[in-house]
Design a protein around this ligand. Structure first.
Ligand SMILES: Nc1ncnc2c1ncn2[C@@H]1O[C@H](COP(=O)(O)OP(=O)(O)OP(=O)(O)O)[C@@H](O)[C@H]1O
Ligand SMILES: [Mg+2]
Length: 308
């Protein structure tokens, strides 16, 4: 079975006053139907840029995004098949329109198989845990959690193959984050879609995802089945992340302990971007470091070099 979503060597950088800022570098990833993959990393590690690359909001400098093995340019109607859920449910819903409008529009545009749009709006609201009566309300009449449920309903409306959720709960009260994540997981499984879940929160990633990709300075440092990554982290950066954020609900916004300095992203040198902060750094780290394969895991660290 070919993956529903494949990223092949995606890279993008942005011009800044100080030089080119490398946001995402040589990123490859394959996501199967029904699978949930989490992208975890500190602020600025490139997570949202990856979401924008996948959804065509940012053009890649090199590499490709494939849907069922085909480049997006050769997939008619791919936009409805890849849906994005944003962090801020206020910003993503138009205050001038009712909840009905937000969900009916993608149904009308993309679901010619549905004849009774009103009934389908009601059914989607019910599936996301909202009473169909909310259809006549406007976004400002809903709580943050309710708005995010509407955003999920809207993303599900075109029956997408892939849902990208960019920090979908980070603006919500801690008490409702788990409910929303459970809902997202259940609905994506029910629909047989693939989920790319972007988060600062390693505990949330472990809860939701089959596999976790750890990003640093736009590069994958480690990728692994979720449980193995948390119970046996192989990359020094992953180890620091786990030591810094051991409990559910904590985020990775705070600087890592004992590791000052920002990652080199402006005209970066060729070696490991984590070298300056790494407790295990050696001279070898100044040269490019590939991803080393270990069973179902990949680790970009020279510590793995000798044994590979
Ligand atoms: N259009 C742009 N122009 C210039 N720099 C950009 C642009 N978009 C993103 N960047 C930079 O690229 C890097 C990655 O940004 P991105 O938003 O992907 O990070 P992130 O991992 O989503 O962070 P956060 O956790 O804070 O949301 C950052 O240094 C950011 O400032
Ligand atoms: Mg982001």
């Amino acid at each position: 079975m070919s993956p529903v979503l494949s990223l092949e060597g995606l890279s993008v950088s942005f011009p800044t006053a100080g030089g080119r800022l490398r946001a995402v570098h040589d990123l490859s990833m394959a996501v199967e139907k029904g699978e949930c993959v989490a992208l975890v990393g500190e602020s600025g590690s490139g997570k949202s840029t990856i979401a924008r690359l996948i959804t065509g909001l940012v053009a890649a400098e090199s590499g490709a995004v494939l849907l069922e093995g085909q480049p997006l340019s050769r997939v008619p109607g791919w936009r409805k098949r890849i849906q994005l859920i944003f962090q801020d449910p206020f910003g993503s819903l138009n205050p001038a329109h009712t909840i009905h409008h937000h969900i009916a529009r993608p149904l009308a545009l993309h679901r010619s198989d549905i004849s009774d749009i009103d009934a389908a709006v009601g059914a989607l609201l019910t599936r996301t845990g909202l009473s169909p009566e909310y259809a006549s309300r406007r976004p400002f009449e809903l709580s943050g959690g309710q708005r995010q449920r509407v955003a999920i309903a809207r993303a599900l409306a075109p029956a997408p193959d892939v849902i990208i959720a960019d920090e979908p709960t980070s603006m919500l009260d801690v008490s409702m984050r788990m409910d929303i994540l459970r809902l997202l997981k259940a609905l994506v499984e029910e629909q047989g879609a693939a989920l790319v879940f972007i988060t600062h929160d390693l505990a949330a990633a472990r809860f939701l995802a089959d596999r976790i990709f750890v990003l640093y300075a736009g590069q994958v440092m480690e990728t692994s089945p979720a449980d193995a990554l948390v119970s046996d982290p192989l990359h020094p950066y992953t180890r620091l992340l786990i030591a810094a954020a051991p409990r559910a609900g904590e985020t990775l916004d705070a600087p890592l302990p004992g590791t000052p300095g920002k990652p080199p992203v402006i005209d970066p040198p060729p070696g490991c971007p984590f070298a300056a902060r790494c407790p295990s750094v050696t001279d070898r780290c100044a040269r490019p470091v590939p991803l080393y394969h270990r069973n179902k895991r990949q680790v970009r660290c020279v510590l793995l070099e000798e044994s590979s």
